[in-house]
Design a protein around this ligand. Structure first.
Ligand code: SF4
Length: 393
């Protein structure tokens, strides 16, 4: 395979030989700064060092960078998957204050973990982190393992997370590839295709291996690459003028930064209509139910809701029957609340009802009355919070 690209030039800048074997078992040749056609040796001037120097000057002050250990790294990496950094910044230290060690997290109930995860979305990750903490306690005496293979054996830890934790915290020479890294590689080498293409992914991992194999400090180099993708080489408006890799960047040289990577193919969202009732007692308590464990918002709490294609056409009495509420429930329509998830366009058709007395008949089907000041102890999806807010509950 031809290895004539700028990533190799980045690699060559800090070490002159590549690792000894490729994924398919072939012996790797030493990395050579052969460059693109017509640019032999041009730019082989320490691009990785430039990248690392840039990172050391420009790195964001993020909570998980202030103190490093395997547990903090594991928590931050799981939180950061598909979630904005600003949101993780808010949630990271409070979560660690609540669960300061793998043992503390392992000992918590799932509801406690989900409640602490509120605001981060994608609750499946919270469950996986919880399971990972239990595995760390059971298999590794409560210490997050340093070995990448042992890390990958933990629930929720894939090749990227294992690479990030083991290289950044423990200095292992492990590659990492996420969306940011793939985008930087693609642009630096003007590699066509969408970042989510399987072939592009395989190519990016190969490039990441070569990159980290040649780096003087693997963890710092990996983190620098991710930071560049997150803050400079961004999807829509990259700041090429501030980029330490500008001289090596083929997409920049060709004026093709806007075209690479190719946009993702959009997947149409499925429509989902949920008829929901926000039922409140006169003392302010709210009726909640827990969603089934699997699927959308699995295990989270919500006002009683049921899927119905008839949605807004339903009369209040029919809604009460559909939701299995007592016949005494005087439901009134409030309106609709739209909510988008990655795969679904959800439309909540919202009804409200007030209940006098204890409302014991409503606490059937696993439903519970929750005092208004105790709502924070229940893991509610953002959608459920928005529904409750629409009903002023
Ligand atoms: S020069 Fe621009 S496109 Fe190229 S790596 Fe830097 S920020 Fe990305």
């Amino acid at each position: 395979m031809k290895r004539s690209d700028a990533t190799q030039r980045m690699a060559k800048s800090t070490r002159k030989t590549a690792p000894n074997a490729t994924n398919d078992g072939r012996t790797k040749k030493p990395l050579r700064a052969v460059g693109r056609a017509g640019s032999r040796n041009r730019g082989s001037d320490g691009a990785t060092e430039l990248l690392v120097a840039w990172f050391q000057a420009a790195a964001r002050d993020l909570p998980w960078r202030r103190a490093r250990d395997g547990y903090r790294a594991l928590v931050s990496e799981l939180m950061l998957q598909q979630t904005q950094v600003s949101r993780v910044v808010e949630k990271f230290e409070p979560f660690l204050a609540r669960f300061p060690t793998p043992a503390a997290l392992a000992a918590a109930t799932e509801d406690e973990v989900l409640a602490a995860w509120q605001g981060l979305g994608y609750y499946r990750r919270a469950r996986l982190l919880h399971a990972a903490a239990k595995a760390v306690v059971e298999r590794h005496a409560g210490e997050v393992p340093t070995d990448p293979e042992a890390l990958r054996a933990l629930p929720g830890v894939g090749r990227y997370t294992a690479g990030a934790v083991s290289s950044i915290v423990f200095g292992a020479r492990e590659p990492i590839v996420d969306g940011n890294v793939t985008r930087v590689f693609q642009r630096v080498e003007a590699r066509e295709g969408s970042a989510s293409d399987t072939a592009v992914q395989a190519w990016a991992w190969e490039r990441a291996e070569a990159f980290v194999a040649a780096a003087r400090a693997p963890g710092v180099a990996n983190e620098a690459l991710m930071e560049l993708g997150a803050t400079v080489c961004t999807p829509a408006t990259p700041r090429c003028g501030a980029c330490p890799l500008r001289a090596q960047c083929a997409a920049f040289a060709a004026g093709r930064v806007d075209e690479i990577p190719a946009p993702k193919k959009r997947v149409a969202r499925k429509d989902l209509v949920l008829v929901t009732a926000c039922v409140r007692r006169t003392d302010g308590a709210v009726l909640l139910e827990q969603r089934p464990r699997g699927g959308l918002w699995g295990g989270l709490w919500q006002p009683p809701a049921v899927e119905s294609a008839d949605g807004a056409d339903l009369a209040p009495r029919a809604v009460g029957e559909l939701l299995g509420l007592p016949a005494t429930a005087a439901l009134a329509a409030v309106g609709e609340v739209p909510f988008m998830t990655t795969h679904r366009a959800v439309r909540f058709v919202v009804f409200v009802a007030k209940v006098r007395g204890s409302g014991a008949a409503f606490a059937a089907r696993g439903r519970v009355w929750v005092a208004a000041d105790a709502l924070g102890e229940f893991a509610l999806s953002n959608a459920a919070k928005r529904v409750l807010a629409s009903a002023r509950v």
